[in-house]
Design a protein around this ligand. Structure first.
Ligand code: FPP
Length: 245
């Protein structure tokens, strides 16, 4: 029996955020190159998207490349960019078949031109899809995003398009790269690391955090269901008492 059968359909999160960690360690344990781990990491992404689409989730955001990841050896960075291009090319048709729409958050303008072109093509080709949205965080970090939002708000105030009194949490949210997307109710991080690593720090303010020891390439649909099951056992109080809920 699968944990999937235990899930309460109308209590599923609308938006799940995932830090896919452990590709390098997984490959090392197998005596292989880090890229071997990333390639198997893509298979885990595919499993999770399929599971999310089957469960009719709204959004899955995966941390695919952070602003800090540029500091990795050039060989790994270049190979990761090539993997992104080949994966998007190979998977666009499957995304469309599964009614999955692609979105990207992050400083995409500073990604290699080839990556930008492939992303744009896939975004356009999946734009009509109305099921799950796969949100790729690329060249993304929260501090970068929050700084950009502050600059955009300051610009609007300076040009008299916005009054300082109109600045509130909703306005701020709308200026983030996730503007228009509901905040994740659940954040999953694999590989036993207990950090946020500059990921969706504003948006995860009320999210349930789920950490597991599984290395990302080993992450199965069943592991995903277990995270959702755990989420459903949590009491989300948003500052209220249990009795008030
Ligand atoms: C973290 O593992 C993984 C990454 C920084 C990259 C994730 C990229 C993929 C899964 C492939 C591309 C994804 C898509 C959606 C096409 P790590 O390298 O930090 O592992 P380690 O902590 O064990 O070294």
């Amino acid at each position: 029996m699968s944990v999937k059968d235990e899930l309460i359909k109308n209590k599923l999160p609308q938006h799940v955020a995932i830090i896919m960690d452990g590709n390098g360690r997984w490959a090392k344990k197998k005596g292989n190159s880090r890229m071997f781990g990333h390639k198997h990491g893509v298979k885990a992404v595919k499993r999770v998207i399929e599971a999310g689409a089957e469960l009719e989730l709204g959004y899955i955001t995966v941390y695919a490349f952070s602003t800090e990841n540029w500091n990795r050896p050039k060989l790994e960075v270049d190979a990761l960019m090539a993997l992104l291009v080949s994966t998007i090319s190979a998977e666009t048709e499957t995304l469309v078949k599964n009614n999955v729409r692609l979105k990207v958050i992050g400083g995409v303008d500073n990604m290699p031109k080839k990556v930008q072109k492939k992303l744009q093509e896939c975004i356009e080709n999946t734009d009509h899809c109305t099921g799950l949205t796969l949100n790729l965080a690329l060249n993304y970090s929260s501090r970068w995003e929050i700084t950009e939002a502050v600059k955009s708000i300051a610009q609007s105030v300076k040009s008299n398009d916005l009054n300082v009194d109109e600045i509130d949490a909703n306005l701020f949210s709308s200026r983030l790269t996730t503007g228009g997307i509901p905040d994740p109710e659940l954040m999953i991080r694999t590989s036993g690391e207990l950090r946020l690593s500059n990921f969706l720090m504003w948006q995860l303010a009320y999210a349930e955090l789920y950490f597991c020891d599984v290395l990302w390439p080993d992450f199965t649909k069943e592991n995903f269901y277990e995270a959702l099951f755990d989420y459903q056992s949590r009491e989300r109080r948003f500052g209220k008492t249990s009795e008030q809920l």
